[in-house]
Design a protein around this ligand. Structure first.
Ligand SMILES: Cc1cc2nc3c(=O)[nH]c(=O)nc-3n(C[C@H](O)[C@H](O)[C@H](O)COP(=O)(O)OP(=O)(O)OC[C@H]3O[C@@H](n4cnc5c(N)ncnc54)[C@H](O)[C@@H]3O)c2cc1C
Length: 391
């Protein structure tokens, strides 16, 4: 029996935030090509997109990342007109706290880059922190950086679903299935094989497979230094909710915390931080008692009495080289486009990366944000383009 075979101009592996954004930007540009998105679980239940903290910030150390987030904010703000949905932007800012000289130096250095990019971020002395955020204890702090606008959190899953809806309405095709093989010949992806035996010939292939990005790259014999790393999120209730502006706070201990409706959510990177299996979503429960609660209770009286209501874990697609996304073509297999390795900041970059890859496919170059600094070339050369502000 001959396998079912069809043709597409672009096949996108992964239909969550990144893949849906690529599809939406392609069709929105009026591109006439046939776009097929292959997603093995259209519910996205285990996609990072659905398990994310959904924050967006300007406080990065790399200009490219700041530019990507600025476009992300633009899309969030214009979402009612662009995507027919209000993405519930809570523009409450990110507050990075520094307690050591090294942390202080890092905030000052990143702030220089952010200022040059026009980001609305200010540095605050301990007295200013106490003035702006009276619930915080500042005795051990040296400095803070606070994003006054263009930072906060939003409905990331809603954005992914709206990209999908808009893309489908304009002709993109969503197919439930698993990319199981890639035919490579003379430096090109010729076709994608699905686990159900289907085969799709294509001109372009986009790897938007999240935590499975390295496995998908390996189907074409390509190496990608990206691992699944588990991140656990704890949602809790406070006995006494503080008044005033409540930003997403990144404590010097590495613990982050922000309001989520009537609750708060918090997390921190585990130590050690091993690669995990695709099916491992067991939360690291010990992190709350061991690291998160002590850090938060140290930072503010209001965090002393709390009750955990919900816990979940998701996967970062963690780039071992430099904690930054890998975007664009493989130098030897030039119609294989990466959109991987977001290392915890991919939801806010989904819009900008989708636009960039659509430009690459349609125009053969990046016409808005130059994504070349995030290209695969640095992976091949082993030369990092580091992002220092990783949460
Ligand atoms: C706990 C947590 C907190 C986070 N907080 C933030 C944050 O505050 N801000 C931020 O910007 N980012 C954050 N992130 C990161 C962000 O969520 C991700 O970078 C982003 O959602 C990645 O989107 P994606 O579409 O690339 O990948 P995913 O959402 O992981 O989607 C990949 C999709 O590919 C599909 N797939 C994989 N392999 C195949 C295959 N072979 N065939 C078919 N389909 C396949 C999967 O089913 C999945 O639906 C966080 C992540 C986690 C886990």
């Amino acid at each position: 029996v001959r396998a079912r075979e069809e043709a597409a101009d672009v096949v996108i592996c992964g239909g969550a935030a990144t893949g849906a954004s690529v599809a939406w930007h392609l069709v929105r540009a009026g591109w006439p090509g046939r776009v097929v998105v292959i997603e093995r679980d259209p519910s996205l239940a285990r996609a990072a997109t659905a398990l994310s903290a959904s924050g967006i910030r300007q406080q990065f150390s790399s200009p490219t990342n700041i530019r990507l987030s600025r476009y992300g904010v633009e899309v969030i703000r214009k979402a009612p007109a662009l995507l027919g949905i209000d993405l519930g932007f809570h523009e409450q800012g990110y507050l990075y706290l520094a307690a050591t000289r090294e942390q202080e130096r890092a905030l000052v250095a990143a702030h220089r880059v952010q200022e040059a990019e026009g980001a609305d971020v200010v540095l605050l002395s301990p007295a200013e922190i106490a003035g702006c955020f009276p619930h915080l204890r500042v005795g051990d702090l040296r400095l803070a950086a606070f994003g006054r606008s263009g930072e906060g959190w939003f409905d990331g899953l809603g954005m992914a679903q709206a990209f999908r809806r808009g893309a489908e309405e304009a002709g993109a095709i969503w197919r439930r299935g698993e990319v199981a093989g890639l035919d490579v010949e003379a430096g090109r992806i010729l076709a994608v094989t699905l686990a159900d035996g289907g085969r799709i010939r294509c001109d372009w292939f986009v790897n938007a497979a999240g935590g499975s990005g390295a496995e998908v790259a390996a189907l074409a014999g390509l190496a990608l230094p990206v691992e699944r790393r588990k991140r656990t999120v704890f949602a809790f209730d406070l006995a006494e909710r503080p008044a005033g502006r409540l930003p997403l706070m990144i404590d010097p201990s590495g613990v982050w915390c922000r309001p989520e409706g009537g609750l708060f959510i918090a997390g921190c990177p585990p130590e050690p931080d091993p690669a995990v299996e695709a099916a491992d979503f067991e939360p690291d429960h010990h992190l709350f008692e061991g690291r998160i609660w002590p850090s938060l209770a140290h930072r503010a009286h209001c965090f002393e009495a709390l009750k955990v209501r919900q816990v979940w874990a998701g996967h970062y697609d963690y780039n071992l080289l430099d904690c930054n996304a890998v975007i664009g073509p493989h130098p030897d297999v030039t119609n294989f486009l990466f959109a991987n390795g977001f290392s915890g900041h991919g939801l806010q970059q989904a819009a900008g990366v989708g636009r960039g890859l659509a430009e690459w496919i349609i125009d053969g170059r990046y016409t808005s944000i130059d994504l070349a600094p995030l290209g695969y070339g640095r992976i091949a050369a082993g030369s990092a383009h580091p992002e220092r502000a990783v949460i």
